[in-house]
Design a protein around this ligand. Structure first.
Ligand code: HH2
Length: 257
């Protein structure tokens, strides 16, 4: 899954693809580099970020979804927590709702079901504005697992069958929590739905020496992707698709050996 952030303030590429022409060119690069899905987002969820209005989010993403749906050969997903944004983008040709809110909003479930769309259910503790203020868990993997199981069951009850679940690396978790989630990722793959992980350039990688800035986190991202794939993850959400694809060839080779 290649990341397309149509935002001024995303943590690693804010402002790069706010212009629709630049966003479309970026999407083409992601696809040429081997992305199987393009994930389009119009609201940054970085720690401390402020929410954007419905109108502004639609203004950012809808023209890009419309243009890409008409020409892209891969499914588009819309990264949003707003049912209205999901609704408009699904109407415009997106096929997947990527909800960092984990489909907790009943209206998000209803919209996704009505369009017979697929969904990514992600775990987040709190909200982006405050989620990194000392998150505490007794057992992070067990708590994330229980949440994902409950949300997946609610989605299925509403008729959403095509699901992926995501531990939400960096969303209300310390670096140690993220490392533990990766180490024990097989406990999430045993839930049933495909597991998606999003380690790309995230600040937990900055806990490792020499990787403090986002521009120095490619190798950590690739290592996390390979570890996740070997633990059973089926989708990896990344900015650097070509490098990740190459790294994942190793995971495939090891799995198939
Ligand atoms: N991470 C981000 C955004 N959306 N969706 C899923 N399913 N999983 C993730 O880990 C995930 C996500 C944050 O990354 P990014 O889009 O690069 O940054 P920003 O939120 O600042 O736009």
């Amino acid at each position: 899954m290649g990341i397309l952030n149509v935002t001024p303030d995303s943590f690693s590429d804010g402002g790069f693809y706010l212009d629709p022409d630049k966003a479309l060119a970026r999407a083409r690069t992601l696809i040429d580099d081997g992305a199987d899905i393009v994930d389009i987002g119009g609201e940054s969820s970085r720690p401390g970020s402020d929410a954007v209005s419905l109108e502004e989010e639609l203004r950012r993403v809808l023209p890009v979804v419309r243009a890409l749906a008409a020409q892209a050969a891969v499914p588009l997903s819309i990264d949003t927590t707003k049912p209205e944004v999901a609704d408009e983008c699904l109407r415009a040709g997106a096929r997947i709702v990527n909800d960092i809110g984990g489909l907790r909003d009943p209206e998000m479930i209803a919209v996704t079901a009505r369009h017979q769309a697929a969904a990514v259910i992600m775990h987040m503790r709190g909200v982006p504005k405050s989620m990194q203020l000392e998150p505490v868990y007794d057992d992070v993997v067990a708590e994330v697992r229980l949440f994902l199981a409950q949300r997946a069951a609610a989605a299925r009850t509403a008729g959403i069958e095509d699901l992926a679940v995501d531990p939400g690396l960096g969303f209300g978790k310390t670096a140690a929590h993220n490392f533990e989630l990766l180490r024990r990722l097989d406990e999430l793959t045993s839930l049933g739905p495909p597991v998606l992980v999003g380690p790309s350039r995230k600040s937990f990688l900055g806990a490792l020496p020499g990787q403090e800035t986002t521009s120095r986190r490619l190798e950590g991202t690739l290592a996390a992707a390979v570890v996740a794939a070997l633990k059973g993850a089926r989708v990896v959400r990344v900015h650097d698709v070509l490098a990740c694809r190459r790294a994942l060839q190793l995971a495939d080779a090891i799995r198939n050996a």
